[in-house]
Design a binder for this molecule. Sequence first.
Ligand SMILES: Nc1nc2c(ncn2[C@@H]2O[C@H](COP(=O)(O)OP(=O)(O)OP(=O)(O)O)[C@@H](O)[C@H]2O)c(=O)[nH]1
Length: 453
Amino acid sequence: MPLPATINTAPRRDAAILIVDDAPANLGMLRKMMTQQGYQTFVATSGERALSIARRVHPDLILLDVVMPGMDGLETCRQLKQHPGTQRIPVIFMSARTETDDVVAGFDIGAVDYIGKPLRMAEVCARVRAQLQIRTTSDSQHEQAQRLRTIVDSMAEGLMIIEGCGRIQYANPACGRYFGCSPEALEQKTLGDLLTQQVTQDYLDYFARCASEAEFAPQPGAREVVIRQADGSLRAMDLTLAPMAMHATLFIGLLHDITHHKQSETALQRAALLDPLTKIANRRHFDTFLDIEWQRAIRSGEPLSLVVLDVDHFKLYNDTFGHPAGDAALQSVAAVLQAHAPRATDMAARYGGEEFVLLFAETAPADATALAEAIRADVEALHLPHPRSCTSDSITVSIGVATMIPTQLDHIEKLFIAADRAMYSAKEAGRNRVKHVDASSSAWDAVKALVMR
Ligand SMILES: Nc1nc2c(ncn2[C@@H]2O[C@H](COP(=O)(O)OP(=O)(O)OP(=O)(O)O)[C@@H](O)[C@H]2O)c(=O)[nH]1
């Protein structure tokens, strides 16, 4: 529901007035006057009766005689102020007792005004009008405050009011949910209890600048922060902090949960690095990883081993069992590769089609060859039937391995060409085998010569 742009503070013409006086003549006169002013009137000749009517009709104002037999006006007013249903009704005392002590006692007990008797009707009307106006304004403000509280309480965003020293002065229920504690518990805390040290310091500096430099009016900006929850876990949030209007020392903080956004961002980033069919690294991811390891090997002088692996007679396999069965076979082969690349410095990837690669950093030729041989044997052990293959009854792979200790003068391409050549020589030698080249072999020299040309 939109909030009204302005609050209508004119007293309602049909406001209800309860007139309480034990003298029927006074009652009659006041009633006539109030009716002439356009008000609805109720009358009572005793305090007890006044309480009962007030609780039933909730008048907008009570004109209350002080001196009455039985329950007097002061006691009547005290009981009105004690009852939640009647405590907000403004009471105006009317009395011939106009000593200062009498008037002060009337105000102390909760009256909003005190009129001396004998009554001057024009004055009574003016005072009633003034109090009704105040009452209308206060009702509107009360209603407005209630609406704002409902909005703030039901907001999905967290809202906090923060003092310049970092103390949380107010927190709404969403803040409580975000931090995993009650809003009241948050109101005992400071920004430093909720945010990391660096972020807290940044905000405290910003608060100090707002307070000391009148012309410093920064645009409120959202900042990604990690908040600490009551159970110690961390959560990603957008936090917008801005000075409260007309309050250089108070700041409004708005917290927006971006955990889901972050999770999908991370999922997207991860998806961009994986081959959709086999769920192992894709070519782009592998190339980036190889660049990093290549540079690291140049610095460390440790050997870098590249393995290139190609499924044997895979076209025939597809032709025999169909493309979906071929896909499933590629997934099985990929799983074998992944199982042999457990270290942070290893990576298995699908390089395209039925071709796979593995990188083993800090791995000498003999170790890389042994790893490749284990992979070959594990693929064979899958026993994926390949009845039309002329080299085996089941799916097999041919593997080429190249190892080098790169220098600044080398190109990554060299390593690839060497491993590819080794793989083709494994194919030529009958498939389902591993071939290795290293820097000392003649094959490697041939590769070098090729690349240097
Ligand atoms: N099912 C399936 N097949 C693929 C995929 N990518 C490439 N292929 C197939 O892999 C086959 C590769 O065939 P070739 O390059 O002729 O080699 P090959 O039949 O494996 O023979 P050799 O390598 O000489 O042993 C082609 O038929 C491609 O269609 C894929 O994602 N899924």
